[in-house]
Structure formats: structure tokens, C-alpha cells
Design a protein around this ligand. Structure first.
Ligand code: ADP
Length: 258
């Protein structure tokens, strides 16, 4: 496998890239995030774990500006997300790639075009440059021979690997991964997780990952955040959270999923 190119504007490793300050998000009367504070340094891999409904996906959706917080501030690479002009939001969005549970590929486009579309239309790359980048990334995710396939001709695991390549083609500083293996047949999960392990190991990309795959979380994370009811109830390196959790809720949760 080839390593992807360096990012266009790599952040200084170790500097703070993402910051949530007192972020509250409500849906009607349901307070999903309640004064949440956390930060992620550039180049780190942070995993969000916790029971279903504890607000993990909401955090990723706030970062993608798909939702707005009711209170508090979110900062990405020094730029505040809300309030922000449309131009500022567009600039921040370019720094963030997201892979969803459902792969969301464009069904009417071949694999190569799925990956080149945004680099050409959003970043202004030439078709040749975008195709070269796409081929390198397909090589990285082990699908160099699938350029001309349509998404429906691929397995779910292959489609998800294309979705990962598509996100990386924008050379984001941050990759958000939202339960990316949850919709896959069990035998296809390992291939996708192996690709992500490789990316975590060989690139300087910052990862924020919601997952129920605890072995994967243990392998790739610098830090694990345990959520419950809109709060981080415990955080630390994976050895601590998985090996010696402090909170009863963390122990209960891990007992149920491990
Ligand atoms: P998790 O990712 O931890 O499972 P989510 O962030 O998806 O949790 O959801 C947290 C809570 O917010 C859940 O109770 C969910 O039903 C609610 N929620 C999420 N999105 C919406 C929405 N668009 N409208 C109303 N409620 C929502």
C-alpha cells in the first residue's frame, strides 16, 4: 500500500485543533449535550464511546456544521464555527472529512469519479491531478482495481473503503468516523478496520471516531472519552479506560460490549 500525500496545510503536531467550550445541544426538551468541554490536539486519535443516545454522533454532526449548538463555542484550527460567516464555515468544512455509517456514495458515478468529484469542484484540482490522487488512495484502501466499478457492484466493506478514500481525497486535517462498520456484515468489518488502522499509523491526520469496536478503539486511540447523558464522565488513554476504568458506568458499559 502507498502512503497518502502529506496534507495541504498540515497543522503543527501537538497544537490544539478542536475545542468544545461549554457546548449545549437540545432537541426540543431533550438536552443531548450539557455544557460539554473537550479538546483534541492535532495528529491525535480520539475515540468516543458510551451508550447509544449519549450524544456521540451529535458531536460529529456539530463539527460538520450539520447542527448548531444552543450554547457554547466550537473552534476548529483556531476558527470559531458558530457564529461564523458562510465563507468561514466553508473553509472549516474543507478541513474536515467524515465517513458515515451508511456509505453515502453517489450511486450513479463510478468509484473513481466518486473520489474525484469534490477535489475538482470544491478544491479546483485538475481532472488529472484528482484522478492521480484518487488512484493513490484506492491503492491505500486496497481497491486499485475498482476504479471503473459502480458502488452497487461492490460489497459493503468495499463501498466503505471507497468512502474513506473519498474523504481523504480532500486532504482534511480531521477525519470524523461515525460507526463506520455498524452497517457491515461481520465478515467485512475487519477489512475496513485494517484500512483505518493503517491510516492512523501512517498519516498525521487527526481522527475523531465513534465506534462500538472496542479492540479497534484500544489499538488506534491516544485518548478515549466515555460519554453518558451528554457528559464526558471519564477520559484517558485506552490502557486506563479499558484496563482500569474509574467510573461504575464505564465498567457497566464495557462489561456489556466487550
Ligand atoms: P449516540 O451517537 O451517542 O448514539 P446521538 O448523538 O445520535 O447519540 O443522539 C443523542 C440523542 O439525541 C438521542 O436521544 C437522539 O434521539 C437525539 N437526537 C439526535 N439527533 C436528533 C434530531 N435530529 N432530532 C431530535 N433528536 C435527535
Amino acid at each position: 500500500m502507498k502512503e497518502p500525500d502529506a496534507h495541504a496545510n498540515p497543522p503543527v503536531d501537538g497544537s490544539e485543533l478542536i475545542r468544545f467550550d461549554h457546548v449545549t445541544k437540545r432537541f426540543g426538551g431533550n438536552t443531548v449535550l450539557d455544557g460539554l468541554d473537550f479538546s483534541v490536539d492535532a495528529g491525535k486519535h480520539v475515540t468516543l464511546i458510551g451508550p447509544s443516545g449519549s450524544g456521540k454522533t451529535t458531536i460529529l454532526r456539530l463539527l460538520m456544521t450539520l447542527l448548531k449548538p444552543d450554547e457554547g463555542t466550537i473552534t476548529v484550527a483556531g476558527e470559531q464555527l458558530f457564529p461564523a460567516s458562510e465563507k468561514q464555515v466553508r473553509e472549516v468544512r474543507k478541513k474536515i472529512g467524515m465517513v458515515f455509517q451508511q456509505f453515502n456514495l453517489f450511486p450513479n458515478m463510478k468509484v473513481l469519479r466518486n473520489i474525484t468529484e469534490a477535489p475538482v469542484t470544491v478544491l479546483g484540482l485538475s481532472k488529472d491531478e484528482a484522478e492521480q490522487r484518487a488512484r493513490d488512495l484506492l491503492d491505500l484502501v486496497g481497491l486499485a482495481d475498482k476504479c471503473d466499478a459502480y458502488p452497487t457492484q461492490l460489497s459493503g466493506g468495499q463501498q466503505q473503503r471507497v468512502a474513506i478514500a473519498r474523504a481523504l481525497a480532500m486532504r482534511p486535517q480531521v477525519l470524523l468516523l461515525d460507526e463506520v462498520t455498524s452497517a457491515l456484515d461481520p465478515e467485512l468489518v475487519a477489512g475496513v478496520l485494517d484500512v483505518l488502522r493503517d491510516i492512523a499509523r501512517t498519516t498525521d491526520i487527526t481522527m475523531l471516531c465513534v465506534t462500538h469496536e472496542m479492540n479497534f478503539a484500544r489499538d488506534i486511540s491516544d485518548q478515549v472519552l466515555m460519554f453518558d447523558s451528554g457528559h464526558v464522565i471519564e477520559s484517558g488513554p485506552p490502557e486506563k479506560i479499558f484496563g482500569d476504568p474509574e467510573h461504575d458506568r464505564t465498567r457497566e458499559f464495557l462489561g456489556a460490549v466487550l
